[in-house]
Design a protein around this ligand. Structure first.
Ligand code: BES
Ligand code: MN
Ligand code: ZN
Length: 497
C-alpha cells in the first residue's frame, strides 16, 4: 500500500472512493458545509430525509459524486462529538474501509475529521486511518479463486492544512507499518496447519528478518536436546512435524542497555493430544500459534520504526498431535530448569512450551518479559472474546504494559495472582502438575508459568479470546486479529524510560 498524507481539500481529491466522516447531531461544518452548498443542498436533503444521521459507523454511499472529482463518496458516521474516542473512530474507519474494499477500487482517499473538543490529535487520527486502511482492506480469503476483499493500493489521507507536515507524514507511515505488521500476524494465523508448521513458520521468520534487518536464529531438535527443553519437546513428540525454536533480535540501543523479551506460544496446531479436543474445540486450533505470530509481527514493526531499544523475540514452535509417540497422561517431564512436571492433561500444552521458552529468555539476560499465548479457554469464559487477560508477578512492570495498551487503544484486564492458586498445581509425584482443574483455570495456567521466570518482571497476556474471531463483524474480518501487536510496539517504544 502506498500512503501519502496531503493537505489538498477533499473537494478536489481524485479517488475511486473518498471517505468522509460525519459527526452526529452537529450542523455541517467546514468542508461538509462547502460540499452541501456546492451540490445544491444535497447533504441537507439526505439529513432531512433521515438517511444521513452521523450515527457511529453508519454508512451512506453516494455513487455519483458530482461536483466532486472523486468517483464515489462514502459518508461514514462517527457519532456524537462529545462521545468521540480514538477507539470508536477506529471502528468507524474500519467499517468504512471494509465497505469500499469488497470490490477492486485501488485508489482510496480518506479525509481526517475535525472533531470539536477531542483530545485526540491530528497525528493520532492519521495513524488510525493508515492502520485501518491496511488491516480493514486485507481479508482472510487467502485461498479463494475470486477474492472477496481487495487491498487498497494507493491511500491518500487528507488532512487540514493547519497540521504540521512532517509529523503528519510520520504518523501516516507509523500507522501503515503497524497495519502491515498486523497483516503479517493475521496471515500466519489464518493459514492452516498444513501450510504453517514449525519449519515453515521458522522459514517465514527468517525471510522477514532478512527483509527488515533483524538477527534470526532457527534451532532444531538437536539444539532443543542440548538445551534440555524437555517440556517443549514432549509436546511436539507426537507429531510428524519436528519442533523449532526461533530467536529474533533487534538492537536499537547500546550494548549496555537492557533487553526487553517478547515470548510467544507457537503451537501450530493444537489437537489436544491424547486429551483430544472435540471437533468444535479443535476447529480453530490453527490459531494456537497467534502468540508467536504476534511476536514476529511486532518485531518487524519495531525494526521498521527503528525504535531506540533492545528487543528479543523468542518463539517455541510445536504441533500438538496424536500418535504412538505422543506424550501421555501421567508422564513426568523435566523442564529446562530441572523442574519436574506431572502431565494430567495433554491439552494444557501451551504452558509446557512456554515454560522452556521463558526460562531461556531469563537465562539470556532479559530484564523484563512479556509472553503472549492463546493459553486457556477459561480466560475466554472469564473475559469474553474481546478482552485480553494480563497476569503478572510485578505490578510496576504490569502497569507499564497496561499503559502501553491504553495508548494503543487495546483492551486488557488484569487478573489476580494470589498464592493460594499454587496449591491447585501440587502433584503427588513431581514438583508440579500441568493443570489445576476448572476453577480459576486461566490463573492456575499463569501461576504455572510464573515458576519459570525466576522472579524477573514478567507479564503474561492470555489472548485466547481476541486473537481469532470465528465470524466477521461490521468493523472486522473473522480470523486472526493481530491483537496486542500495537501494545507490544507501544511498550517497546517506552521501554527503559
Ligand atoms: N489452545 C488452547 C486454549 C484455547 C482455547 C485457545 C480456545 C483459543 C481458544 C489450550 O492449549 C488449551 O487447550 N487449554 C485447555 C487447558 C485445560 C486442559 C486445563 C483449555 O482451555 O481447555
Ligand atoms: Mn491445548
Ligand atoms: Zn493450545
Amino acid at each position: 500500500m502506498n500512503v501519502r498524507a496531503v493537505t489538498t481539500p477533499w473537494q478536489s481529491a481524485e479517488a475511486d472512493w473518498l471517505i468522509v466522516f460525519v459527526p452526529e447531531g452537529a450542523d455541517f461544518l467546514g468542508s461538509l458545509a462547502d460540499f452541501d452548498k456546492a451540490s445544491g443542498g444535497r447533504l441537507t436533503r439526505l439529513k432531512e430525509a433521515g438517511d444521513l444521521t452521523g450515527k457511529q459507523a453508519e454508512l451512506l454511499a453516494i455513487r455519483d459524486a458530482q461536483p466532486l472529482p472523486a468517483k464515489r463518496v462514502l459518508l461514514a458516521g462517527i457519532g456524537k462529538p462529545a462521545e468521540f474516542t480514538p477507539q470508536r473512530f477506529e471502528r468507524a474507519c474500519l467499517t468504512a474501509v471494509r465497505s469500499v474494499s469488497e470490490k477492486k477500487f485501488p485508489n482510496v482517499a480518506i479525509a481526517a475529521p475535525v472533531v470539536e473538543g477531542t483530545s485526540a490529535s491530528i497525528t493520532d487520527l492519521v495513524q488510525i486511518i493508515a492502520t485501518a486502511a491496511a488491516v480493514g482492506s486485507t481479508g482472510q480469503g487467502i485461498y479463494k479463486a475470486e477474492p472477496s476483499r481487495f487491498p487498497i493500493e494507493n491511500l491518500t489521507i487528507l488532512v487540514p492544512s493547519s497540521g504540521d507536515g512532517t509529523r503528519v507524514e510520520a504518523a501516516a507511515r507509523r500507522g501503515q507499518i503497524l497495519g502491515e505488521a498486523m497483516n503479517i500476524t493475521r496471515e500466519l494465523v489464518n493459514r492452516p496447519a498444513a501450510d504453517i508448521y514449525p519449519e515453515t513458520f521458522a522459514q517465514r521468520a527468517k525471510e522477514l528478518a532478512q527483509d527488515f534487518g533483524l538477527f534470526c536464529g532457527v534451532y532444531d531438535e538437536s539444539w532443543l536436546k542440548e538445551q534440555k527443553m524437555g517440556a517443549l519437546m514432549a509436546v511436539g513428540q507426537g507429531s510428524q512435524r519436528p519442533p523449532r525454536f526461533v530467536v529474533l533480535e533487534y538492537q536499537g540501543a547500546g550494548d549496555d542497555a537492557s533487553w526487553l523479551a517478547l515470548v510467544g506460544k507457537g503451537v501450530t496446531f493444537d489437537s489436544g493430544g491424547l486429551s483430544l479436543k472435540p471437533t468444535d474445540g479443535m476447529l480453530t486450533m490453527k490459531c494456537d500459534m497467534a502468540g508467536a505470530a504476534t511476536v514476529l509481527g511486532a518485531m518487524t514493526a519495531i525494526a521498521r520504526l527503528k525504535l531506540p531499544v533492545n528487543v528479543a523475540g523468542y518463539m517455541g514452535l510445536v504441533e500438538n498431535m496424536v500418535s504412538g509417540n505422543s506424550y501421555k497422561l501421567g508422564d513426568v517431564l523435566t523442564a529446562r530448569t530441572g523442574t519436574t512436571i506431572e502431565i494430567n492433561n495433554t491439552d494444557a500444552e501451551g504452558r509446557l512450551v512456554l515454560a522452556d521458552v521463558l526460562s531461556y529468555a531469563v537465562d539470556e539476560g532479559a530484564e523484563s518479559i512479556i509472553d503472549l499465548a492463546t493459553l486457556t479457554g477459561a480466560c475466554v469464559v472469564a473475559l469474553g472474546e474481546d478482552i485480553v487477560g494480563a497476569f503478572s508477578n510485578n505490578q510496576p512492570w504490569c502497569d507499564k504494559v497496561l499503559a502501553g495498551s491504553k495508548r494503543a487503544g487495546e483492551e486488557i484486564w488484569q487478573m489476580p495472582m494470589h498464592d493460594a492458586f499454587n496449591d491447585l498445581l501440587k502433584s503427588d509425584v513431581a514438583d508440579v502438575k500441568n493443570t489445576g482443574g476448572r476453577p480459576g483455570g486461566s490463573i492456575t495456567a499463569a501461576k504455572f508459568l510464573e515458576k519459570f521466570v525466576d522472579k524477573k518482571p514478567w507479564v503474561h497476556l492470555d489472548i485466547a479470546g481476541p486473537a481469532f474471531a470465528s465470524s466477521a463483524k461490521a468493523h472486522r474480518e473473522g480470523g486472526g486479529s493481530g491483537v496486542m501487536l500495537r501494545t507490544l510496539v507501544e511498550v517497546a517504544a517506552h521501554f527503559g524510560k
